[in-house]
Design a protein around this ligand. Structure first.
Ligand code: LCV
Length: 264
């Protein structure tokens, strides 16, 4: 089986720290179903091994941490592209429900759904090379409700609107200034800084940390939304993924040309 991940087992046992390295460079670590399946299996193995912290990273010096959802796997048959069972949704829930902290160590560009993956992690430590781009508007995709909630919990609503409406990357320095990431660390200290934080966390009470992580997940997800409000949003999202613009965004990506959105 092609492996897209390198699980640094040795480190895993030495200090109860698990490291998952995204390793599918030819597709810029796009979060394909196969890659997500490996990630989830690795998280499950680490939970069984009772690790106390997981570091999620790309290869050292990566220009692209992850290019986001695998565009080739976005459905064109009228199905919701980001429904409950979409691999990206599974991955975000796996990180949020994982019983110990997940640290995203970021170098390079983070695109689209990978932004949500990074922001769903508990701590984000980034190198100056890191950038973050929320891209649904670039592809004509209707992002899903819980994903928007992840973004809203990560930064001021005005910043999220700017990132969502422009789909332009935000640099690590600005991201740190806005509090969207925890630390901006120079490239050559990044690994040592991340490792040190992981060891500090691993030395604390795993039970106390586990309950605080779950408390914060429940509290940040406790957004009052009426069934009617949810249905209205789902109806609006359906109009988008049934639209010519949704198909045009994906086709333009595949044909490596700028999309021409008609608004229909
Ligand atoms: C499949 C890819 C991808 C990719 N999928 O390298 O958030 S939402 O709603 O938008 C959500 C649905 C989502 O996450 O959508 C994906 C959003 N991601 C993006 O918009 C980023 C798309 N990728 C890029 O802009 C570029 O690939 C970056 C800037 C990441 C890297 O540029 P670079 O010049 O280094 P290439 O573009 O040449 O890509 C190398 C190969 O990876 C494929 C791409 O099609 C190319 O394949 P071929 O060598 O077969 O041509 N690839 C890149 N991103 N998300 N495939």
């Amino acid at each position: 089986m092609t492996s897209y991940l390198i699980m640094a087992d040795a480190k895993w046992y030495e200090a109860s720290i698990g490291t998952l390295t995204l390793n599918n460079p030819h597709k810029r670590n796009a979060l394909s179903e196969a890659l997500v399946r490996e990630l989830i299996a690795s998280f499950e193995a680490m939970q069984a091994a009772e690790v106390r912290v997981v570091v999620l990273r790309a290869a050292s010096g990566a220009k692209v941490w992850s290019a986001g959802h695998d565009v080739d796997e976005l459905p064109l048959d009228g199905r919701d592209p980001l429904g409950w069972d979409d691999p990206l949704r599974h991955l975000v829930r796996t990180i949020e429900n994982f019983p110990c902290p997940v640290i995203a160590m970021v170098e390079g560009g983070v695109w689209g759904g990978a932004c949500e993956v990074v922001l769903a992690c508990d701590v984000v430590i980034a190198a100056p090379s890191a950038t973050f781009a929320v891209t649904p508007a670039r592809l004509g995709v209707p992002y899903n409700v819980s994903g928007m909630n992840t973004f809203m919990n990560a930064a001021n609503i005005r910043i999220i609107k700017e990132m969502a409406f422009t789909a332009q990357p935000v640099g690590a320095e600005r991201a740190e200034r806005m509090g969207m990431i925890n630390h901006l660390v120079g490239g050559d200290e990044l690994l040592a800084f991340t490792d040190n934080m992981a060891r500090v966390i691993a030395g604390n009470s795993p039970l106390s940390i586990r309950v605080m992580k779950e408390q914060l997940r429940v509290l940040t997800g406790a957004n009052p939304m009426t069934p009617r409000g949810f249905e209205r949003i789902q109806g609006l999202r359906r109009i988008v993924y049934d639209s010519a613009d949704y198909r045009e965004g994906i086709l333009a990506f595949k044909e490596k040309r700028p999309p021409k959105f008609s608004g229909r």
